[in-house]
Each structure stands twice: as structure tokens, then as C-alpha cells.
Design a protein around this ligand. Structure first.
Ligand code: NAD
Length: 484
């Protein structure tokens, strides 16, 4: 029998409160279809209460006025609380979204802890005030918190993406209303419990699991100063339009269609395991997934055979089984979307090299990891974000052609190159219009700025760039020192 995780209250301004309505989110296992959790579905009235609490805490409360050292002490307690419960977080994430448990502890839970650790280091390294000479006289440049922050996150890496907003916002002195997605509210409750026990002043953190209607109410709220959003480009557009009304600041982390380029002299033995991991991580439900693999025509057949064998060998199954490499998609709707794209790929003339079906003997929302060959970069399967385990293999003529194809995308989130030597790979990296890129490796590092060019987003998370996104800059002009 499955244990059902139940919560009856929501965290509003750091206090456990009765929700405004009796609406409930039922969390369903993508593996078994069973209900695994029930939590309140926060309503617009709950948003209004949370914004009022956050506004009061920001405008009149101690949090933005504390020293960074005082805030860092409390944020460190939140980090340590998440570390102590990371196994529970990892299992909850796997049970909600199907991420294989082999990667959840590190990829889902400890990555959130690392985000806090990295943000603490960045904040402590950046002075809140600095004196500059100026042209006409001295000035003091101050960094001040941006205000009340709405943090809206998706279900695929739910804890880490909440941490990516909460950690820098809190350190900067902001107050936060987080809205986790309705598919993954259970791990957010662990964060809420940790925040409730960390010693934050009243009003500073609210965590309101809800769907897009409540999210839209939060984004449009005149009491919100900044929206930090991670999700689809479609929702990003709506959020940007809604934010325009109040000139609310925004950071948008959106989708991707990232290209991995294998150069003529790439070492396939080294590249293939990384390519498979990069393409199919989190069952292909990753914004940074390497979903277009660009191969020189001269090495196409060899690469296609080896990739097809590697994809067909991936172990699909129960995400709680530690040997599973590919779990189910998050929901029936997501599986329907992915299967529709697979049919579209066949209609467009792409050649199925591996997978493409619903696996037999599994009742959840599974799709076989799928590799399409003979893909033209103009096909919709090469242009649109599928957000599932579907990868396109694309031929190119020469290095310029590879760069052209990689850049010929509405998105610009990530990418990779495998080259005989790093210098040549770096030359390619410099020519690709994406926010992150890897050379002869597969890495994600929360110490480095992360974000998108083009339709992949606006602004950056992580690193000093991600921290300053929660700060306003004030210039105070000072009188010239008296002449002797
Ligand atoms: P989604 O855009 O449907 O929803 C994301 C979140 O936004 C959810 O909490 C949802 O309730 C909320 N939301 C949706 N519409 C809203 C609106 N109009 N106003 C306010 N809130 C709204 O995305 P999803 O299906 O949950 O997640 C998958 C998407 O997220 C993919 O496109 C993926 O690439 C992207 N993603 C991007 C990054 C990144 O850092 N760039 C990381 C992970 C996922």
C-alpha cells in the first residue's frame, strides 16, 4: 500500500495557516497512477494574504534591515535543514515526477543544498556599498534588495529551482512568495517546514502550491516587485506581458532545444556516455537536454549505430528502482504530447533508429527513449521543445555548417561540443548563441551564471549575476571634500 503524504495548511508569511478554500491538489504517481499526496490548492485570496505579509515584512520588518551576516546565519540554517532531509526530498521528487532515484539525491536534492552554499559565498563576497570617484565628485554606490519576490517554478527539478530563487532573494534581503507547481508540491513542503523552523522574521517566506490561475494572480499583483520564473516559453510570454502592467522586474528561465556537436575528430568512446546522459537526463524532461545531436556526414553511420545501440540499452522502469535509467513522464498529458511528437517526426520523414513506442509491461506514463535519424533542422521535431526522451540526429557538412545549424533555433539555453582538442572545441563554443555550453564534458555548476539567449529566457540565475538580479542599485552623490 502506498503511503499518502498529506498536508492541510499552507505556509503564509512563515506561519502555518488555514487555506482560503477547500480546494485540494492530488499528487498522482506517474509510475503507478495511485494518489501519493494531498495538499491544499492555494487560491488568489491566499496570494493576497501572502503578498500583504511579504509587503509588511519588506517595508517595515527587520529582514531587509538586518546585516548580511545575520541573514546568512538564518539562510545557513535553511541550507543545513535541507541537507539533513535530502534523502526524503530526493524520494519525494522521484515519486512525484518520475526522475530515477539513481540521480535524484544528487541531481534533485543535494543540488538544492549546493545552490544555497554557492549563493552564501557569492553574497558574502559582494560589498553592499562601494565608493567611486565619479567625474564631478565622489559617490557611494549601494546595492539594496529589490523587494517582494514571486518565485514560480516547474515540476522537473522542483527543489533545486525553488532554491535557485529563495537563496539569493533571502540573502539580498527580499521577502518571497513561492508558488511551486501542482505536479510537485510535496518536496516544497519539506522546504516550507525547514523555513518555518529557521528563525525567519514574520512575513518573509510564503510557499503556496497551486496551478497557473493562482500563479497569474501572483504575477499581476501590484504588491510584487519582482517575478523569478522558471517554466515554458509560452508561460514566460504571458508572465512578461502581465509584469509589464506594473513594470514588475522579471527573470525568465525558459525552455531549450540544445545542440551537441560532434566534430570530425571527436572521441566517440568518451562522447557517447555523456551524450546519452545529457540527452536523456530526467527522462528527457530537462531544459538543458541535448536534444539535437549534430554529426559530420563522414561519421554519420558509425555514430548513428552506436547511439542507437546505447539508447536501446537504457533500462526503463520504476523510478524508485536504483537500476532504472529512464522513468515515466510526469503525467498522462505529457506522455500524449511526447507520443504526438513521435508521430509527427515519422510524418515529417525522420527515421526511427531506437524506441518510439510505449514500453510493454509498464502501466505508468512511460515512453521508450527514442532516437530519430535523418532529421532536418527545419522539421518541427528539431525546432520545438518536446520535453521527453526524444532526440534528433542531424548531419552537417563542415564546421561552419554545424555552427549554423546549432544556432538555427528559436532557443539558446545550452549546448556542447566534442572535439579532438579543447582549443578547437572552445572556438566552436565562442560561436554558439546559448547561455551555457560544455567542451568535451557534461557539467552543470551552480557557481556559474545560468540562463538563456533568445526564447530561452531573460536574465541569469546563479553566480554573482544571479545574485544581483535580486538587488537594485542606488547612487548617492556626496559633496566634494573641502579644498585645503
Ligand atoms: P509551465 O510553464 O507550464 O509551468 C511552470 C510554472 O508556472 C508552474 O508552476 C505553473 O503553474 C506556472 N504557470 C504557468 N502559467 C502561468 C502564468 N500564466 N502565470 C503564472 N504562473 C504560471 O512549465 P512546466 O511544464 O511546469 O515545466 C516545463 C518547462 O520548464 C519546460 O519548457 C522547461 O524547459 C522549462 N524549464 C526551464 C528551466 C530553466 O532553467 N531554463 C529549468 C527547468 C524547466
Amino acid at each position: 500500500m502506498t503511503t499518502i503524504v498529506e498536508h492541510h495548511r499552507i505556509l503564509v508569511g512563515g506561519t502555518w495557516a488555514e487555506p482560503a478554500t477547500t480546494a485540494v491538489i492530488e499528487v498522482v504517481s506517474p509510475h503507478s497512477g495511485e494518489v501519493i499526496g494531498r495538499v491544499p490548492h492555494a487560491a488568489p485570496d491566499d496570494v493576497d494574504r501572502a503578498v500583504a505579509a511579504a509587503r509588511a515584512a519588506f517595508d517595515d520588518g527587520p529582514w531587509p534591515r538586518m546585516s548580511l551576516a545575520e541573514r546568512a546565519e538564518i539562510v545557513t540554517r535553511i541550507r543545513d535543514g535541507l541537507l539533513a532531509r535530502h534523502k526524503e526530498i530526493a524520494e519525494l521528487v522521484t515519486r512525484q515526477n518520475g526522475c530515477p532515484i539513481a540521480i535524484s539525491p544528487r541531481g534533485q536534492a543535494l543540488s538544492a543544498v549546493a545552490v544555497f552554499t554557492a549563493a552564501l559565498a557569492v553574497a558574502q563576497a559582494l560589498p553592499a556599498e562601494e565608493e567611486r570617484a565619479g567625474l564631478t565628485g565622489p559617490m557611494l554606490v549601494r546595492r539594496e534588495p529589490v523587494g517582494v519576490v514571486a518565485a514560480i517554478t516547474p515540476w522537473n527539478v522542483p527543489q533545486m529551482l525553488l532554491a535557485a530563487k529563495l537563496a539569493p532573494a533571502l540573502l539580498a534581503g527580499c521577502t518571497v512568495i513561492a508558488k511551486p507547481s501542482p505536479e510537485a508540491p510535496l518536496d516544497a513542503y519539506v522546504l516550507a517546514e525547514v523555513c518555518a523552523e529557521a528563525g525567519l522574521p514574520d512575513g518573509v517566506v510564503s510557499i503556496l502550491p497551486a496551478g497557473r490561475e493562482t500563479g497569474a494572480h501572483l504575477v499581476a499583483h501590484p504588491g510584487v516587485d519582482k517575478v523569478a520564473f522558471t517554466g515554458s516559453a509560452a508561460a514566460g510570454r504571458q508572465i512578461m506581458a502581465a509584469a509589464a502592467e506594473n513594470l514588475t522586474r522579471i527573470t525568465l528561465e525558459l525552455g531549450g532545444k540544445s545542440a551537441a556537436i560532434l566534430l570530425e575528430d571527436a572521441d566517440l568512446d568518451a562522447a557517447i556516455p555523456d551524450l546519452i546522459a545529457g540527452a536523456f537526463v530526467n527522462n528527457g524532461q530537462a531544459c538543458v537536454a541535448l536534444t539535437r545531436i549534430l554529426v559530420p556526414a563522414s561519421r554519420y553511420d558509425e555514430t548513428a549505430d552506436r547511439l542507437a545501440a546505447a539508447v536501446a540499452a537504457l533500462r526503463v522502469g520504476d523510478p524508485l528502482d536504483p537500476t532504472t535509467e529512464i522513468g515515466p513522464l510526469v503525467s498522462e498529458a505529457q506522455r500524449t504530447r511526447v507520443l504526438d511528437y513521435i508521430r509527427l517526426g515519422l510524418d515529417e520523414g525522420a527515421k526511427p533508429l531506437a524506441g518510439g513506442r510505449v514500453p510493454e509491461g509498464l502501466s505508468g506514463w512511460y515512453v521508450e527513449p527514442t532516437l530519430f535519424g535523418d532529421v532536418d533542422n527545419g522539421m518541427r521535431i528539431a525546432r520545438e521543445e518536446i520535453f521527453g526522451p526524444v532526440v534528433c540526429l542531424i548531419r552537417y557538412a563542415d564546421e561552419d555548417d554545424a555552427v549554423r545549424i546549432a544556432n538555427d533555433s528559436p532557443f539558446g539555453l545550452s549546448g556542447a561540443v566534442w572535439a579532438g582538442d579543447v582549443t578547437r572545441g572552445l572556438d566552436v563554443a565562442r560561436r554558439i548563441r546559448t547561455g551555457t555550453f560544455t567542451v568535451n564534458c557534461r557539467r552543470f555548476d551552480v557557481a556559474g551564471p545560468f540562463g538563456g539567449y533568445k526564447h530561452s529566457g531573460i536574465g541569469r540565475e546563479f553566480g554573482p549575476e544571479g545574485y544581483t538580479a535580486y538587488l537594485e542599485t542606488k547612487t548617492v552623490h556626496l559633496p566634494k571634500p573641502p579644498k585645503d
